[in-house]
Design a protein around this ligand. Structure first.
Ligand SMILES: O=P(O)(O)OC[C@H]1O[C@H](OP(=O)(O)OP(=O)(O)O)[C@H](O)[C@@H]1O
Ligand code: HPA
Ligand SMILES: [Mg+2]
Length: 180
C-alpha cells in the first residue's frame, strides 16, 4: 500500500496537532452550547473520532452519508444522498465535519439540505481544503490544512475505496489511477 504513495503530506503527528488546534478553537466558540456534531461519511470517520475527543463540551453526534466520486479521482458532478441523519436538527446548533473540501459540490449540497431543516446555527469544519479544486463557493468556518491540487488518500480519503486506513494523508502516485 505504501508503495503507491508519492509522498506523505501530513503525518500522524501533524494531524494530531491539527485536531488539537481545531478542537480548542471550536470548544471556545461553542462555550455554553450543546451542538450536534454531524460527520459526512465515509471519508470523515477518522477525523470525526479524533476531533470529537478534543471537544470539551456535552455533545451528541450523527452521520450523513453522501457520495459523488464513486471511487474515482473526479467528482461525478452529482451528489447522492446514501443515508440521511437520524436526528431532527431544527433549532439545534449544528457542526458539520468533513474530511476534504475539493470542488465544493458536497458542501454546497449539504448546506442547502441542512439549512432547509432550520437549525439554529450551522458551522462547518474540514480537515483539508483544496483551493485550486473549488468550482462552487462553499463556506467553511474551520480548516485544518490548505492542500495542493493533487489527489490525496489516507486518514479516511480513498481511491476506489482503498487507502482509507493509511494513518497519514499522502499524495497517490498518478500511475495508480492513470488509464483507469
Ligand atoms: O468538494 P467535493 O468535490 O464535493 O469533494 C469532497 C467530498 O468528496 C469525498 O467524498 P466521496 O464522494 O468520495 O465519498 P466518500 O467520503 O464515501 O469517499 C470527500 O470525502 C468529500 O465528502
Ligand atoms: O483528493 C481527494 N482524495 C480523495 N477523495 C477526494 N474527494 C475529493 N477530493 C479528494
Ligand atoms: Mg471518496
Amino acid at each position: 500500500m505504501n508503495n503507491d504513495i508519492e509522498r506523505v503530506l501530513y503525518s500522524q503527528d501533524d494531524i494530531k496537532a491539527a485536531c488539537e488546534r481545531l478542537g480548542a478553537e471550536i470548544t471556545r466558540d461553542y462555550a455554553g452550547k450543546r451542538p450536534l456534531v454531524i460527520g459526512v461519511l465515509k471519508g470523515v470517520v477518522f477525523f470525526m473520532t479524533d476531533l470529537m475527543r478534543e471537544l470539551d463540551f456535552l455533545t451528541d453526534m450523527d452521520f450523513i452519508d453522501v457520495s459523488s466520486y464513486h471511487g474515482g479521482t473526479e467528482s461525478s458532478g452529482e451528489v447522492t444522498l446514501v443515508q440521511d441523519l437520524s436526528t431532527d436538527i431544527e433549532g439545534r446548533d449544528v457542526l458539520l465535519v468533513e474530511d476534504i473540501l475539493d470542488s465544493g459540490r458536497t458542501l454546497v449540497y449539504l448546506q442547502e439540505l441542512l439549512s432547509a431543516r432550520k437549525p439554529k446555527s450551522l458551522k462547518i469544519v474540514t480537515l483539508l481544503d483544496k483551493p485550486e479544486g473549488h468550482q462552487m463557493a462553499a463556506h467553511v468556518d474551520y480548516v485544518g490544512f490548505k492542500v495542493p491540487n493533487e489527489f490525496l488518500v489516507g486518514y479516511g480519503l480513498d481511491y476506489n475505496e482503498y487507502y482509507r486506513n493509511l494513518p497519514y494523508v499522502g499524495v497517490l502516485k498518478p500511475e495508480v489511477y492513470a488509464n483507469k
